[in-house]
Design a binder for this molecule. Structure first.
Ligand code: INI
Length: 192
């Protein structure tokens, strides 16, 4: 038998996408910076023109899960990091928006088999959100750590999937056209 756990080394082959809500971008841009700081210090090239991290901006947190799922289906990424800020004081829809985003992000991961990190702050006030996005600590750093760990762990658990999806392959890069649930390998294929 064996013990499996993600590591934070050997990050060169890993590919990530950040999906970021523009709503409350005072907060979400800080979360992006926290993510970049963490990824950089673990050897990941976070340059948007580089080969390891893509950035996708959406109007608000509600749109994040749909795009995260689409990116996960592309097979290009080892993990998707979802960033947003839903602030209670700003909307009577707080409960609906935050619940749907949480459910959607979870579904995106389950449906695709790709780690999709829940990095959406849900707070009562803007002050609380800012405190979690750099004033006291930056949760963007934590979300990136979760992504690194899960990306590494999933590569260990399902090496054949990564070979089939070829996130490193130039054939897949720059194209989402193969995105379809039908392209997901069957369980039996994964183990073959
Ligand atoms: N989107 C957020 O990311 N945070 C919020 O606090 C928020 N508020 O307050 O309404 C918000 N609304 C926009 C929503 O995410 C969608 O973009 C919009 O409803 C269009 O679908």
């Amino acid at each position: 038998m064996a013990v499996f756990e993600g590591t934070f080394a050997q990050t060169e082959p890993l590919r990530f996408a950040l999906v970021i809500g523009r709503f409350n971008d005072l907060v979400t841009t800080k979360l992006v910076e926290g993510c970049q700081d963490c990824l950089n210090r673990h050897g990941v090239d976070t340059n948007p023109h580089g080969s390891q991290v893509d950035y996708v901006w959406v109007p608000g947190s509600f749109e994040v899960p749909l795009v995260a799922r689409q990116l996960a289906l592309s097979g290009k990424y080892d993990a998707i990091i979802c960033l947003g800020a839903v602030i209670k004081g700003q909307t009577p829809h707080f409960d609906y928006v935050s619940a749907e985003v949480a459910k959607g992000i979870s579904a995106a991961a389950f449906q695709t088999g790709v780690p999709v990190i829940f990095g959406v702050l849900t707070t009562d006030t803007m002050q609380q959100a800012l405190e979690r996005a750099g004033i006291k600590s930056n949760h963007g750093w934590d979300y990136a750590m979760n992504a690194l760990e899960m990306a590494s762990l999933m590569r260990q658990l399902r090496p054949n999937v990564n070979q089939q999806y070829s996130p490193n392959s130039t054939a897949n890069r720059g194209s989402l056209k193969s995105a379809s649930l039908n392209n997901l390998p069957a369980e039996s294929e994964e183990k073959a």
